[in-house]
Design a protein around this ligand. Structure first.
Ligand SMILES: NC(=O)c1ccc[n+]([C@@H]2O[C@H](COP(=O)([O-])OP(=O)(O)OC[C@H]3O[C@@H](n4cnc5c(N)ncnc54)[C@H](OP(=O)(O)O)[C@@H]3O)[C@@H](O)[C@H]2O)c1
Length: 271
């Protein structure tokens, strides 16, 4: 199998490092290119043993997958490079947020199979939860899902439009959780902890809670109830949190992110 990455930035590297570390593919099956020859991409060649090239004929010759991993605004330039050399058998996989399948088709002038995936940066620790949607003619979907297991878990989205909700839920979702952790640490400082103590306490609380969620297999509500006794300290805190409308705040947050994703993809389709 030959997998070619157009773009070797944060998201691409999380993906190909996951693939190599999990031995899903061998380093020599991976080809990287970027906009310009940079130290970073050479670092990958030296340290991982992947191929690096700026020759599109060589890159696309016999490619099984082309991964579109530039920013959406760079895609027209990427498409110009790919278009003349794209072979019929090559499947296209885009990680670009908000760029629709029809836009990719239009720019590449191709009927080749196209999948869109929406990973998140937890791919760096092989824990992305990624959405995936396919064009109707995408063959052997299981092979792609297997490849994606190397950097986390995958949720198949039947309608491309639903990718907006996945983008909000998991693409942006980590940032929402980090923001809550950040505010939690700041609130600990209001209680009198030093910055260092607040960071230490919050970090370990988050790690411990994550492990409990993973290991106990109990629903979140049960984990919460297990540490909430009648008229106790936890109940007092939870009442304050509910009084502030935590559920409504989070619903508005996710709705805003999903709506923005919709707006961005409309801009992109109207170009
Ligand atoms: N980061 C996330 O959390 C996240 C989550 C989901 C999806 N995504 C999507 O992932 C994509 C990449 O994001 P990122 O954070 O990895 O960006 P990034 O770190 O800026 O990487 C972009 C890469 O694209 C390359 N590139 C630009 N123009 C190119 C061209 N004409 N030919 C070949 N390569 C070209 C850049 O090369 P140079 O370094 O030479 O400029 C760079 O290697 C975006 O479309 C984003 O929507 C990101």
């Amino acid at each position: 199998m030959k997998i070619v990455f157009y773009g070797a930035g944060n998201m691409a590297s999380a993906i190909f490092i996951g693939m190599i570390e999990n031995r899903v593919v061998k380093p020599e099956q991976i080809y990287l290119t970027s906009r310009s020859q940079k130290e970073k991409i050479m670092f990958f060649r030296e340290n991982l043993g992947v191929n690096v090239s700026y020759d599109d004929t060589e890159l696309l010759d016999g490619a099984d997958y082309v991964i579109l991993a530039s920013k959406p605004q760079s895609f027209p330039d990427v498409a110009k490079r790919i278009r003349p050399h794209l072979e019929e058998k090559t499947k296209i996989v885009s990680v670009m947020a908000g760029t629709q399948i029809k836009t990719i088709r239009r720019e590449l002038k191709t009927e080749n199979p196209i999948a869109r995936i929406m990973p998140n940066t937890n791919a760096m620790v092989q824990h992305s939860v990624s959405g995936i949607t396919y064009s109707e003619n995408f063959p052997n979907k299981d092979e792609l899902v297997e490849l994606m297991k190397s950097f986390g878990t995958t949720v198949v989205v039947e309608e491309e439009d639903e990718m907006h909700n996945i983008t909000a839920a998991t693409g942006s979702g980590s940032a929402f959780l980090y923001y809550i952790y950040e505010k939690y640490a700041e609130s600990l400082m209001d209680l009198g902890f030093s910055e260092e103590e607040a960071m230490f306490l919050t970090t370990n609380l988050v790690i411990g809670a994550g492990k409990m969620v993973e290991d106990s297999e109990l629903p979140f509500s049960q984990l919460r109830k297990n540490i909430t006794s009648k008229r106790g300290t936890t109940e007092a805190g939870l009442e304050a949190l509910d009084g502030e409308g935590i559920k409504e705040i989070l619903s508005r947050t996710l709705y805003a992110a999903a709506s923005r994703s919709q707006e961005l993809s409309k801009d992109d389709a109207d170009e």
